[in-house]
Each structure stands twice: as structure tokens, then as C-alpha cells.
Design a protein around this ligand. Structure first.
Ligand SMILES: *Cc1c(COP(=O)(O)O)cnc(C)c1O
Length: 420
């Protein structure tokens, strides 16, 4: 199995080559050359998401140097609970937040780290974060002997608990607070990758969702949840996915393309509405990023749009399998409040955007994808539900560790100086 660039002007690579390359040299993103077709029968007798994951991913590792390690990689990466809970007869939640940093990004970050651990060479993972990505990547690579991680976050622009998850690790993890905004952090990362000499000597590795090694394993929880739902209810479910950079949404549609039980995908965006506008008009027009209370979805120009368009170049086809919605902060707040008082479900702001969409959809069998634990966003959630959100043990442990970070100016010179 080979992976080619969405811009079709770079050589096709194997999975392990593609994850080490990150962005293709032509500026495109790696996607599978063909999607294997799987049927429900292929999963007979497989119950856990580790077993289902190995079966789903196997064809993508065909001929790859990591093929013989796939079982161990799945066991290591998917080592926390994945929960599909029925809230009532017609509403279920897929909880993706039981990993070490209480957000779904643990799935992809842990899978990528387990793969990299089995490939030779010393590396520097450079990652810009607006909140959740940095923590998940730091946790996944912590104490990895051949990898050092540098997390860039915008000074004063992440929540206190998010900041703690970026700065509590020590050892091989360094946190740099950039005197600027998230775009400055992302710009520094891009500059570093474009500096081919520096990039080569440091062995730079990208760990955001442009990396295939984060995106591909996300198909696994759609496969598992789709199969579990089908076995429980006799019908394939549709999923409502909180959407920012569009990695999670593309993973759901990849699972669907492979023939897994994913009936339809609804993308729930916040006020950053480039994707819903695209579904509406058919024209792609990225927007400047708007800050919202669902901050992990604050993306004006989602990178994985390229993968979405490569998957379904025809607008009519795309509209048959997916739709997109834009949800305001007010609507998110109202949903957190009503779920909190009605069904006593505490939702994080991102999950609340998906729950809001559920109330607008008439057809049955929808699953709300819960991307983060509400305790990560207590400053938004607690005043609305008027009670404290219990902190899960994994998060509580991180909140007690000492924290440290260095401040830098938003320049490449300041970054290289700090890393010397
Ligand atoms: C990153 C993130 C999202 C957005 O996911 P994408 O794959 O970027 O679309 C949604 N919710 C939470 C909690 C996140 O951390």
C-alpha cells in the first residue's frame, strides 16, 4: 500500500515513510492510493477496539516495515477505554476522552508515537498548539529516549488547565510560550520545516493532523463504534463530529469509504464557518480565524480540506455523505446548560456544538462524538451548569505536577536560540 500527495506532484510513499515526512514536498497531504473494502463479516468475533483496529489498519501496512509490529502498536496506542453510551432510545455518545490528556487527540498522538518508537533515528517533534494538541503529543512522546518534543503555545491565550498540560512534563519535553498568537506559533513551525538544513540536522517531525500517522488511526474508533452500534441496534449509525482542522471528520469519511458502518457524517463547526459555507456554495474560501468558546475548533483555514476534496471531488457526492453546520457561542452555551439540567450530561463546548446539531436532525440513529472531557474547559462549563465538574484521575495527576516554560519572541531566530 502506498500513499500519495493530494497535489499529485510528489513520489508515493509507504506508511512509515509518509509519517516521517509529514507534509509532502509538493505541499500536499498524504492520502491512501486506494481504500480497502471491508465488510461487517470481516469483523466477526472481534470485539475490542484494539482487535478491530488491527483489522482496519492491516491493509494500510501491507508491505510496510512496521507490518509485523502492528499488533503491538495497536495494543500500546489504544490502551484506554473507548465508550459508546446510549443516552436514550435515540441518542448515543461516543466518548473519545478517556486517554491521558482527556481529549480525542490522544488516539492519534499515541499511535504516531508508537510507530516512531519502532523506526530508527533521533528526532525533534515541533508542534504548535492552541490548546489540546500540544498536551496529547507531549504525553505520547514523554520519556521516549530518541525524541525530544518542543511545544509552542501562545502566551496568555490558552486556559490555565491547558497550559498545565503543556508545561508539566519536564525531561524530553520543552514548552515555549510565544509572545504572539496561535498563528505566530504555526508560522514558526512552518518556517522551521522550510529551513531544510535545520530541519535535517534536527530530524524534525510534524505531529499535527497533517501527519498521516495521526489521522489514519482515528478511523479505528469510527469502525469500532459503527460495529458496536450495529450489533446493539441493528442499524448503522451516523456521526456528528465537532470539527476544526477537519482531521476527525475526514477520518470518519475514510471509515465510511472502506465500507464500515458509518451511514452519514455531520460536521459541527463553531463560528469559523469556512466548511459549512463550502457545503452551501460549493466554493472554497478560507477565512481569518475567529476566537470562540470551543477554542480547539478555532480554525479559519482547515488543512484537511485538501483531503476532503481529494476523497470526494464531486460536490454532489460529498453532499450525499456529509453535511456541515455552524454553531454560535450562544447556541453552544444554551446546549451545555440544557443538557446539564435536563439529562445531567456535562458536555465540553466542542461536544455541545455536536449535541446542538443533533437536536436539528430528524432522522434516527445519530451518535454525538465527544472530543474532550468537560473538566478541561471548566471556566466555560461550570458557570453555565452552576456546579463543579469532577476532574478525572488522569487530569488530576497532571494538575499536581510542577510546571515550567520559557518565553520567546515570535521570531525564528528566537526559536533557534532557545533550542541551541
Ligand atoms: C482538536 C479538537 C477538535 C477539532 O478536531 P479536528 O480534527 O481538528 O477537526 C474538536 N474538539 C476538541 C476537544 C479538540 O481538541
Amino acid at each position: 500500500m502506498r500513499f500519495h500527495s493530494t497535489r499529485a506532484a510528489a513520489p508515493a510513499l509507504s506508511f512509515s515513510e509518509a509519517i516521517q515526512t509529514g507534509l509532502a514536498p509538493d505541499g500536499g497531504l498524504y492520502v491512501p492510493e486506494i481504500f480497502p473494502t471491508l465488510t461487517v463479516r470481516d469483523f466477526d468475533g472481534l470485539a475490542s477496539w484494539v482487535e478491530i483496529g488491527e483489522r482496519v489498519l492491516e491493509p494500510f501496512f501491507h508491505g510496510d516495515r512496521l507490518r509485523s509490529h502492528l499488533r503491538d502498536i495497536c495494543r500500546e496506542a489504544f490502551n484506554f477505554p473507548l465508550a459508546l453510551r446510549d443516552l436514550d432510545d435515540d441518542m448515543s455518545v461516543l466518548e473519545l476522552f478517556h486517554g491521558p490528556t482527556a481529549a480525542f487527540k490522544d488516539v492519534g498522538a499515541r499511535f504516531l508515537a508508537s510507530c516512531i518508537a519502532r523506526l530508527p533515528g533521533r528526532r525533534t517533534v515541533l508542534v504548535a498548539t492552541s490548546g489540546d494538541t500540544g498536551g496529547a503529543v507531549a504525553a505520547a512522546f514523554h520519556e521516549h529516549p530518541d525524541v525530544k518534543v518542543v511545544v509552542l503555545f501562545p502566551l496568555g491565550k490558552v486556559s490555565p488547565r491547558q497550559q498545565q498540560q503543556l508545561t508539566c512534563w519536564g525531561g524530553n519535553i520543552r514548552a515555549l510560550a510565544v509572545r504572539g498568537d496561535f498563528d505566530d506559533c504555526q508560522c514558526l513551525v512552518k518556517t522551521a520545516f522550510m529551513d531544510s538544513e535545520w530541519s535535517e540536522t534536527e530530524g524534525l517531525l510534524s505531529a499535527n493532523s497533517i501527519n498521516l500517522g495521526r489521522l489514519l488511526p482515528q478511523t479505528v474508533y469510527y469502525a469500532a463504534a459503527g460495529l458496536w452500534y450495529l450489533r446493539r441496534h441493528g442499524k448503522p449509525p451516523a456521526f456528528i463530529v465537532p470539527t476544526g482542522n477537519l482531521g476527525n471528520g475526514v477520518a470518519a469519511l475514510w471509515a465510511q469509504r472502506m465500507g464500515l458502518p458509518v451511514r452519514e457524517v455531520a460536521l459541527a463547526c463553531n463560528a469559523n464557518c469556512a466548511v459549512p459555507a463550502f457545503f452551501h456554495t460549493g466554493a472554497w474560501s478560507p477565512q481569518p480565524t475567529i476566537a470562540t468558546i470551543a477554542n480547539a475548533m478555532d480554525v479559519g483555514n482547515p488543512s484537511n480540506m485538501e483531503r476532503l476534496r481529494a476523497l470526494h471531488p464531486e460536490m454532489a457526492m460529498l453532499r450525499q455523505v456529509a453535511r456541515a453546520f455552524s454553531i454560535s457561542d450562544e447556541e453552544i452555551k444554551r446546549t451545555i446548560t440544557s443538557f446539564g439540567s435536563g439529562s445531567h450530561e456535562t458536555l465540553c463546548p466542542h461536544t455541545a456544538a455536536a449535541a446542538f446539531v443533533r437536536e436539528r436532525l430528524a432522522s434516527p440513529h445519530w451518535v454525538i462524538v465527544a472530543t474532550a472531557h468537560p473538566a478541561k474547559f471548566e471556566l466555560v462549563v461550570e458557570p453555565l451548569i452552576k456546579r463543579a465538574v469532577a476532574v478525572p484521575p488522569c487530569l488530576a495527576r497532571l494538575l499536581e505536577l510542577p510546571s515550567s516554560f520559557e518565553e520567546i519572541d515570535p521570531t525564528f531566530a528566537a526559536l533557534t536560540e532557545a533550542l541551541r
